[in-house]
Ligand binder design. Structure first.
Ligand SMILES: Nc1ncnc2c1ncn2[C@@H]1O[C@H](COP(=O)(O)OP(=O)(O)OP(=O)(O)O)[C@@H](O)[C@H]1O
Ligand SMILES: [Mg+2]
Length: 226
């Protein structure tokens, strides 16, 4: 078997405030297989976004080891983390975060401005992804000219542009109605499985977990795989 997409060992994250500290993750140990889709479920404030941010190199852990695709990122500085994010991970946030003045195709291409591809190979990949996501005829639409589900699909395409080892979905369906949410999850599952890419899907919705291979619960920063 190939190496895991993510190996977190004994990770602790403490947010230090002026007059108190918040322990957002405590002894977090989690392995995500190279093509595994994990559902991460827990109440608001339990540490889900914090875990994704650490796995994706947006935040540094206070303690512990974080290995993504065989690369230990625990001691990385800002510059190394930026390169790591561009090459190894993809993010899809609840709020989608498309660039409002760029069309769907251009929103995919921004990933590659600093990434591994440019010019024609990048444009070809963007067009192929848009086609696979059923958006070929919406490539020139601005985000404001797309439906909620279409915007979410553009965000998924953008997260896949750099052929990541691990894609982090932070509540990808919470802004969508039930049926659209299920369609987006089906799409996420088929995109991940056909590429052999690993994913963590954060959700409050137990129905979404049926699209994942395994569910991990988190309560007050403590993981429980049971
Ligand atoms: N930048 C920060 N500074 C201080 N505390 C923070 C910061 N970010 C998050 N926290 C705290 O850390 C804890 C975990 O937050 P986190 O955002 O990871 O939760 P979550 O599970 O994603 O919640 P939600 O479901 O509401 O998105 C919370 O108690 C939160 O208040
Ligand atoms: Mg969150």
């Amino acid at each position: 078997m190939s190496q895991p997409a993510l190996q977190m060992s004994d990770v602790r994250k403490v947010y230090s405030m002026a007059d108190n500290e918040v322990v957002a993750l405590d002894h977090a140990t989690l392995t995500v297989g190279s093509d595994e889709i994990i559902a991460l479920v827990g109440p608001s404030g339990s540490g889900k976004t914090t875990l994704c941010s650490i796995a994706g190199g947006i935040l540094s852990a206070t303690e512990g080891s974080v290995v993504v695709g065989g690369e230990e990122i625990g001691d990385y500085g800002d510059k190394e983390l930026t390169t790591f994010r561009q090459n190894k991970v993809g993010f899809v946030f609840q709020s989608v975060n498309l660039v409002p003045f760029l069309n769907a195709r251009e929103n995919l291409l921004v990933v590659d401005e600093l990434g591994r591809r440019e010019g024609k190979p990048a444009r070809d990949r963007a067009d192929r992804l848009l086609d696979e996501l059923g958006l070929a005829d919406r490539a020139k639409n601005l985000p404001s000219q797309l439906s909620g589900g279409q915007k979410q699909r553009v965000a998924i395409g953008r997260a896949l542009m750099n052929e990541p080892e691990l894609v982090l979905f932070d509540e990808p369906t919470s802004a969508l109605d039930t049926e659209l949410g299920q369609q987006v999850m089906e799409l996420i599952r088929s995109e991940m499985k056909s590429r052999g890419t690993a994913a963590i899907v954060v959700t409050h919705d137990e129905r979404i977990t049926s699209y994942c291979d395994r569910t991990v619960h988190i309560t007050d920063g403590v993981l429980d795989a049971g």
